[in-house]
Design a protein around this ligand. Structure first.
Ligand SMILES: [Zn+2]
Length: 157
């Protein structure tokens, strides 16, 4: 004799005894195994139910209690410089230092000074200073050879 825990389509579970597992299979196929509560012949072994439930719970539990995702942190562009880029940066820094050392800082008067030099009103010399984008564009269009001084990351404060 073998005892099966059975469950019908309406989820009534009940126990039933059979001569053998083969006998159960035969009777179940013929619809002879019926639910004592509702009489349904659509019954199956309930023995798998606990493991199915456990498998479901393992899947569901992580989803049911999700870790709160942190809000996206503000980002800023960053770069990891390789050796060549570090050399380039050193060159830019050297060029910057050279320009600063070799030029007179005329500040806001730069566009005016540069234009006067270009016109020959004052002697030519190397100057640096501030120019708006519009001033710089106008000077270039007038043929005044100006160049932007490379800015160093440390100076962008
Ligand atoms: Zn039933």
């Amino acid at each position: 004799m073998i005892k099966y825990a059975l469950v019908c389509e309406s989820a009534h579970d009940f126990d039933s005894w059979f001569q053998s597992s083969a006998a159960y299979e035969t009777q179940a196929k013929r619809g002879l195994v019926t639910c004592p509560e509702c009489g349904s012949a659509k019954v199956g072994k309930a023995i798998m139910a606990p493991s199915i439930a456990r498998r479901d719970r393992q899947i569901i539990e992580p989803q049911g209690d999700p870790a709160p995702s942190p809000p996206p942190a503000p980002t800023q562009p960053v770069a990891l410089l390789d050796e060549r880029q570090q050399n380039l940066r050193a060159m830019v820094r050297a060029l910057h230092a050279r320009i600063v050392a070799d030029t007179d800082d005329v500040g806001q008067r730069f566009p005016n000074e540069a234009r006067r030099m270009h016109e020959g009103d004052i002697p030519h010399r190397s100057i640096r200073g501030e120019a708006s984008l519009e001033d710089a564009r106008a000077l270039l269009e007038e043929g005044v050879e100006i160049m932007p001084i490379p800015r160093l990351p440390e100076e962008r404060n």
